[in-house]
Every structure is written in C-alpha cells, then in structure tokens.
Design a protein around this ligand. Structure first.
Ligand SMILES: Cc1ncc(COP(=O)(O)O)c(C=O)c1O
Length: 332
C-alpha cells in the first residue's frame, strides 16, 4: 500500500453523511444538474462562510477557478503578480499559458513576504496570493489593511484560502469592500473530500461574472454536489479531523526540529522541510518504504532552487511515525 504524502490530501475518509447523500442523489444522475441540490449546496456554503448566497460560486475543485483566473490573465494581458514560491500548479500553468509573471521573492527560512514590493507591483496588475502559502506552509499575510491596499491598487485579486480551516484566518469580509477580491476555498482538505472536486469562492457578483463568462456550465457532477452537501452537514466531523491533523502536524514538526531539520511554522496540513541533503536523494530512499513526498526541485519551474526542501503532507499517526523513522535512517 502506497503512503501518499505528496498531495496534501486528508488521511481521513469522507463523513458518512457525504456518502449517504451521494447514494440518495445517484438515481437523479440522468440529469446534468438538480436545481434544488445546487441551491441547497450554495445555501449551506453561504451559512458556513457567513455570507449571502449571492456571494458564493462553486467550481469542480478550486484549481478550476485558478485556471479561469489564468485564462483571464491571458485574455486581458494584465501583468500577473505572485509570491515565489507559491502553489506549483499556478507557476506551471502560467508557464504553459505563456503568461508573464512578476514574482515577489519570499525571504529567508521563514519565507517572509516583502509587502512594499508586492504593493508596488500590484498597481494595475492581477494578483494571486495563497494564504497560508503552499509550499511554505505559514500565513503570508495576517494584516487586513495590507490585503485591502493590494485590492485597491490591483485589477483583480485571487486570495486562495485552501487551508483556511487549518489557519483559522480569513479575509472573506473584505469581499464586501472590494468587488475585485475573490476569496477561494476548497472542500478537498479540511472536509476530507479531495476526490469529490469541489471548490468555492466568496466574492462580489461582478467578480463572479468575470469567471463565469469563461466556463461551460454544468461542470460539477451531481454526485460531487451531493457529497459536498453531506460533508458540510457534518461540521463536527470536519473539526475533529482538522484538530487531529493539527496536533499530529505540530508533534511531527517538533520531532523533526529535534533531529535538526528546519521547518517553518505551518498553518496547513503539511510541512515544508529543509533537509541537510538533496530532497531527491532522500525521496528516492524513502520511496523504498512506499512513502511518496514532494520535491520542488523535481519541477521545471523550481529547477536549481529549493534543492534541499521537501513538502510532506500530514497523514495518520502510523504514516508520520514511519516517515520520521525513515528520514532519520536516511540522514544518519
Ligand atoms: C493553495 C492551493 N490551492 C488550491 C489547491 C487545489 O485544491 P482543489 O482540490 O480544490 O483543486 C491546492 C491543493 O493542493 C492548494 O494547495
């Protein structure tokens, strides 16, 4: 059995309520969409997010919204400002779509954002921010004023809060003040349903329209909507799983720090580790025990950078014990 710690998935199964609703709606799959189901899902998301239903939009995975965002960047030709490093999918797609990127290099071993530089570049640009940031794991921005200033200067901001339940920090309220701010979330991480592919955004109607004009419609399977609705109806289960991942994450980080492996504070379901040797060499060794991890240096976009850095997702206790044990063996 492979232990996949490379995709920031949850080690927990979906809530039984999600599975229950999937079987309830399965017989309706002769249709493209079930209006009442979609409405219930949006209303549940609006309740959970504490915003009106009109501010919510759903996507087949939040990465689908990132794709729309990049298509928008391509069509408009507006400069795209991103921290470096950030979510590798964004770097890869921007590269494939030949979008010119203005990168704001994160500084030091804690990957601190230069807010002055970001603000300067935001003028007339479109901005992607992952907060907390993948792969560096901590929040990039904790100051509401800064987000507000960025939104005031730029044309469009995609604020990716994929790990919101792990960080407890959100700026969704700023979507009321700034009609160009889109807060992006996903049910893939905290809600334990990555394979359902359900992401959502919180924004003004105007910002929703920007993306909706670029999509085909009916892209979210009825079964996915049903499972997402079921997962949202079991907030207690979500909180329980998030809390246990957070506990295990902090314990794993502590053990690794004791071994001399640096890791910035994490507000996500993964750790970013600086190893005393090349990530690819450690990865090759621990793969023998069927453990999969992510090395940034494996990707073209990071070639020659972050050679010693590894991103590892928090699995279950057994996975993490095995991971620490193997790392210890390889490094000794
Ligand atoms: C920052 C960030 N945004 C978006 C995603 C994609 O999530 P989804 O499964 O909703 O497409 C991920 C997944 O790892 C992520 O780390």
């Amino acid at each position: 059995m492979r232990i996949r710690l490379s995709l920031n998935e949850s080690p927990f199964q979906p809530s039984p309520k999600a599975v229950e609703l999937a079987s309830k709606y399965a017989p309706l799959s002769n249709r493209y969409d079930v209006a009442e189901l979609r409405e219930s899902l949006i209303s549940e998301l609006s309740r959970y997010s504490k915003v009106e239903s009109e501010m919510i939009e759903i996507y087949p995975g939040s990465s689908y919204c990132i794709v729309l965002f990049l298509i928008y960047a391509k069509i408009t030709g507006l400069p795209l400002v991103v921290p470096f490093p950030t979510f590798h999918v964004l770097h890869q797609l921007a590269n494939s779509y030949e979008i010119a990127v203005k990168a704001v290099e994160l500084k030091g071993k804690e990957f601190i954002l230069n807010s002055e530089e970001l603000l300067k570049l935001s003028e007339g640009s479109i901005v992607y921010l992952s907060n907390p940031n993948n792969p560096t794991s901590d929040l990039l921005i904790e100051d509401e004023d800064l987000i507000s200033k960025i939104a005031s200067k730029s044309k469009l901001v995609l604020l990716d809060e994929a790990y919101f339940e792990f960080s407890g920090k959100t700026f969704y309220n700023l979507a009321y003040e700034h009609d160009n701010l889109v807060v992006l979330r996903t049910l893939s991480k905290a809600f334990n349903i990555a394979g359902v592919r359900l992401g959502y955004s919180i924004s003004s109607k105007k910002a929703k329209e920007i993306f909706n004009k670029l999509r085909v419609g009916y892209e979210i399977p009825i079964m996915s909507q049903a499972m997402a609705l079921g997962a949202l109806k079991d907030i207690d289960y979500m909180r329980k799983t998030v809390n246990s991942i957070i506990l295990l994450r902090d314990e794993t980080r502590k053990r690794l720090l004791e071994l001399g492996i640096w890791s910035p504070r994490s507000r996500t379901n993964f750790l970013f580790l600086e190893l005393p040797m090349k990530c690819v060499d450690v990865k090759r060794e621990i793969e023998r025990s069927n453990i999969e991890v992510l090395c940034l240096s494996d990707m073209l976009e990071f070639k020659g950078r972050f050679e010693n850095w590894m991103r590892v997702s928090i699995g279950n206790e057994e996975h993490m014990n095995l991971f620490v044990e193997k790392i210890q063996q390889v490094l000794s």
